[in-house]
Design a protein around this ligand. Structure first.
Ligand SMILES: NC(=O)c1ccc[n+]([C@@H]2O[C@H](COP(=O)([O-])OP(=O)(O)OC[C@H]3O[C@@H](n4cnc5c(N)ncnc54)[C@H](OP(=O)(O)O)[C@@H]3O)[C@@H](O)[C@H]2O)c1
Length: 289
């Protein structure tokens, strides 16, 4: 297909909205999948000022944008404008994917599904495990809701202790499980790491350009840990390198990222994208940064 065949009056628009949006990998992986399947779609990225979110939702309907990914800081705030929120997203209280059918906006949280798929595909089960979750922001919320139900115990450790406590209390109220919110002091990290089977980092510590940072001192890691770092840029963070040196299994954020994208793509287009191609495109681009 030539460029003119893709871009015509029949081209359907998909997009991601966020603020800031400059670092999003979504256009790269989605457009690669679109081209691979010869679909008449295009995927764009829009930087939306937070005060303009309501106008952006009107724009989605006005311009008949068929599929929308939602990223920071709108995953919770956009929910009040939607006609339908699926049960998983409702439980978590955040959405990242919207489908527009003639102005009717339905939504899902494919971050959550994508993260659990990444863990399962890599052969890891959460059932009966002790989980230490670092961070209490958007990604932490998604991971906490998905993992806490199956875990034996979860501790959320965050720079702002109150946020960790609030998230833990919310989950405890919903599921009645063993979960605590704490601060991320050296003392807490040292004590909790000893009792942990799965360590999940949802803070941006270690993310490009601060690649020499890690959310936990290397000496607290032990060989029986699975370390899941949701950061995907760089593909191998300092935390993952430290963990590998200690003999731990590690999982990076790339699979979660690609899985959430692939689930959204299939929902919008009814076509299965080539996940390996999407993944390789991101690796190619990150390798060039
Ligand atoms: N792989 C994927 O598909 C995927 C999906 C979503 C997000 N992510 C990645 O996950 C990371 C977090 O994203 P998010 O949306 O959850 O962000 P967020 O909502 O802003 O939350 C960030 C969390 O990290 C903590 N934090 C930030 N800076 C810190 C520092 N210097 N020291 C200690 N803690 C710090 C914050 O603590 P306070 O509460 O104290 O502010 C907060 O709990 C980003 O790197 C993002 O790229 C990956």
């Amino acid at each position: 297909m030539s460029e003119n065949d893709f871009i015509s009056v029949h081209t359907k628009v998909l997009c991601v909205i966020g603020y800031p949006i400059e670092h999003s990998m979504s256009p790269i992986m989605h457009n690669a999948a679109i081209r691979d399947l010869n679909l008449k779609y295009i995927y764009l990225a829009f930087n939306i000022l937070p005060r303009n979110l309501n106008l952006a939702v009107d724009g989605i309907k006005t311009f008949d944008i068929k599929g929308i990914n939602v990223t920071l800081p709108f995953k919770q705030k956009i929910m009040k404008y939607l006609d339908e929120v699926d049960p998983v997203a409702q439980e978590i209280g955040a959405v990242n994917t919207i489908k527009n059918e003639g102005g009717y906006l339905s939504s899902r949280n494919t971050d959550a599904e994508g993260a659990m798929k990444a863990l399962l595909d890599a052969g890891y089960k959460v059932s009966g495990k002790n989980v230490l979750l670092l961070g209490a922001g958007g990604a932490a919320r998604t991971l906490a809701f998905m993992m806490a139900k199956d875990s034996n115990k979860m501790v959320i450790a965050n720079r702002t202790e109150k946020r960790a406590e609030q998230l833990a209390n919310e989950i405890k109220r919903k599921f009645g499980i063993n979960i605590e919110g704490k601060n991320n002091s050296i003392r807490v990290l040292k004590e909790e790491a000893k009792k942990t089977d799965i360590l999940v980092n949802t803070t941006p510590l270690g993310m490009y350009p601060n690649i020499d940072k890690s959310p936990i001192p290397a000496e607290f890691l032990h060989k029986d840990l699975l370390v899941f770092d949701v950061v995907y840029n760089p593909l191998k963070t300092k935390l993952m390198k430290d963990a590998n040196e200690k003999g731990c299994n590690t999982l990076g954020g790339l699979d979660m990222l690609v899985n959430q994208g692939a689930l959204a793509f299939e929902w919008w287009t009814n076509r299965k994208p080539n996940i390996e191609l999407m993944k390789n495109k991101i690796i190619e681009v990150l390798g060039m940064l």
